[in-house]
Design a protein around this ligand. Structure first.
Ligand code: S3P
Length: 441
C-alpha cells in the first residue's frame, strides 16, 4: 500500500495481501452532527466524547460558530464542548452558512433555522450538495409556516431561510429519511402546538433518542416506530454524549474481512442501533463469518465489537424496509456481491441516486471498469457474483463512500488499481488510508 498523498495524484492500490488485526472506526457521523446541533440549542454545556473529526461534522460546527455558538476545537481524541445558547439563541450570521459536502448539515439546519423568527439565513455547499434535493425538507416545513427560497422552485441551494413563527402540524413523509424527519423535529421544538411526523418505514432514530435525553417532550409510536410526536416548549439541557464508532465506516472492514482471502478483522466499539444494523443482516444472509462480541449500552446507544473472517459467500437479495437501515452501506455491499456465489439483487434503493453522487450509477460504472457484471435498475442493481475483478483506473467521483468501497474491491482484484480523488474519504473517515495500510501490514 503506497503512502497516501495530499496531492491530487491518484492513489496506487496494489492488489493482493490479506487484512488482519483490530481497528477502531471513528465516531458515528449522524450522532456527531446531532450532538453538536442539540448541544447548541440546549442550555448549558454539552460535552461530546468520540465526536467524528471529519469534514462533515466540521461543517456543522462551522455553521454553528457563525451563529454565535462556542464550539471547542474538534480533533481526533479531543473532548468537544459546546456552550448552548438555548432554543432561540442562534444569532443571524453575517455571511452564507457553508455546509460543505454535508446533506445532514444542510437539511437539519433548515429545520433548526426555519423557526428563528425575524432572522435571515443563507445556506450553501459544494457542487455535490448544491445538486441535492432540498424541497423534501422545505415543502413539509412550509406547511408549518416556514419560508425557504432556493433555485428551481426551492429545491436546490443556495437556499434562503426567512425565519418565521411556526405552527405544529402532522406530516406524512413519502420516503423514510432521517434527515427530513430530524429537520421537522427540530422545527417542532419551538412551533405553536404539537408536530407529528409519520414515515413509511423507520429511518435511523438517533434524533429521537438524543432529543429525549436532552429533555425534549417526544413520543414514538405507530407500527415499527414510524410515528414521532413532539410537544414544543420543553427546554433542552446540555448533556454528556458518548459517540460510538460508525457502523457505516465499520462496513468497509466488515466487507473487506469477508471477501479478502485469509482476512481476520475485529472492529471495536461499533454502534449497533437496530435502525442501522441492516448490513449485519445482509452479511448473515450471505453466510459471512461474523461474530458480535461484547455487546453493551453506551449513553443510550447499543454498542459492540464485530469480528469478521474470510469465507465463502452467497448472493443476497434486499429491498423494502431493510433499505433505510443500510442505505449508506449499499456501495460496499455491491463490492461484496461481486465476490458471492450467484446474482445479488438490490431494489427500493432509488434514494441512492440523490446521495453525494448517484451511487447506483457510480458503483455500476466503477465496478464495471473492473470487469464486474452489473445491471442497473431505476431503484437498484443486479450484481453477478464470483467473476474475478481486475485492477483498473478508478475514480471516487468525489464520493467518500465510493472511494472506500473501491479500495476494498481493489485488494481482491487481479492486478493493481489506481484511485483518483481518494481524498473524498475525509468527509467521514479521514484515517481510512492509514488504517488500511496498518491492517495490511
Ligand atoms: C443521515 C441520514 C441518511 C444517510 C446520511 C445520514 C442522517 O440520509 O444517508 O448519510 O444523519 O440523518 P437520508 O435521511 O437522506 O436517508
Amino acid at each position: 500500500m503506497a503512502q497516501p498523498s495530499s496531492s491530487s495524484a491518484p492513489l496506487p492500490l496494489p492488489a493482493g495481501g490479506s487484512l488482519r488485526g483490530r481497528v477502531q472506526v471513528p465516531g458515528d457521523k449522524s450522532i456527531s452532527h446531532r450532538a453538536l446541533l442539540f448541544g447548541a440549542i440546549a442550555c448549558g454545556e454539552t460535552r461530546i466524547e468520540g465526536l467524528l473529526p471529519a469534514e462533515d461534522p466540521l461543517s456543522t460546527a462551522a455553521c454553528l460558530r457563525a451563529m454565535g455558538v462556542e464550539v471547542s476545537p474538534i480533533a481526533a481524541g479531543a473532548v468537544v464542548r459546546v456552550q448552548g445558547v438555548g432554543l432561540d439563541g442562534l444569532q443571524e450570521p453575517g455571511d452564507v452558512l457553508d455546509c460543505g459536502n454535508s446533506g445532514t448539515t444542510m437539511r437539519l439546519m433548515l429545520g433548526l433555522l426555519a423557526g428563528r423568527a425575524g432572522r435571515h439565513f443563507v445556506l450553501s455547499g459544494d457542487a455535490s450538495l448544491r445538486g441535492r434535493p432540498m424541497r423534501r425538507v422545505g415543502a413539509p416545513l412550509a406547511r408549518m409556516g416556514a419560508v425557504v427560497h432556493g433555485r428551481k422552485d426551492g429545491n436546490f441551494a443556495p437556499l434562503a431561510v426567512l425565519g418565521q413563527a411556526l405552527r405544529g402540524t402532522t406530516v406524512r413523509t413519502p420516503v423514510a429519511s432521517a434527515q427530513v424527519k430530524s429537520a421537522l423535529l427540530l422545527a417542532a421544538l419551538t412551533a405553536e402546538g404539537p408536530t407529528t411526523v409519520i414515515e413509511p418505514s423507520q429511518s435511523r432514530d438517533h434524533s429521537e433518542r438524543m432529543l429525549r435525553a436532552f429533555g425534549a417532550s417526544l413520543v414514538v409510536d405507530g407500527p415499527g416506530n414510524t410515528c414521532v410526536t413532539v410537544q414544543p416548549g420543553a427546554p433542552l439541557q446540555g448533556q454528556s454524549v458518548v459517540v460510538p464508532g460508525d457502523i457505516s465506516s465499520a462496513a468497509f472492514w466488515l466487507v473487506a474481512g469477508a471477501i479478502t482471502p485469509g482476512a481476520d478483522l475485529t472492529v471495536e466499539n461499533v454502534g449497533l442501533n437496530p435502525s442501522r444494523t441492516g448490513i449485519l443482516e445482509v452479511l448473515e444472509q450471505m453466510g459471512a463469518r461474523l461474530t458480535v462480541l461484547n455487546r453493551r449500552d453506551v449513553a443510550g446507544e447499543p454498542v459492540g465489537d464485530l469480528r469478521v473472517q474470510h469465507g465463502p459467500l452467497q448472493a443476497f437479495s434486499i429491498g423494502g424496509e431493510l433499505i433505510p437501515r443500510l442505505v449508506d452501506e449499499i456501495p460496499v455491499l455491491a463490492v461484496a456481491a461481486c465476490c458471492a456465489e450467484g446474482t445479488s439483487r438490490i431494489h427500493d434503493a432509488a434514494e441512492l441516486r440523490v446521495k453525494e453522487t448517484d451511487r447506483l450509477a457510480v458503483m455500476a460504472r466503477q465496478l464495471g471498469a473492473m470487469g464486474a457484471r452489473i445491471e442497473e435498475y431505476e431503484d437498484g442493481m443486479a450484481v453477478e457474483g464470483a467473476g474475478a475483478l481486475r485492477g483498473a483506473e478508478l475514480d471516487s467521483e468525489t464520493d467518500h463512500r465510493v472511494a472506500m468501497s473501491l479500495a476494498v474491491a481493489a485488494r481482491i482484484a487481479r492486478g493493481d488499481s489506481l484511485l483518483h480523488r481518494h481524498q473524498a474519504a475525509a468527509v467521514s473517515y479521514p484515517g481510512f488510508w492509514d488504517d488500511l495500510q496498518r491492517l495490511s501490514a
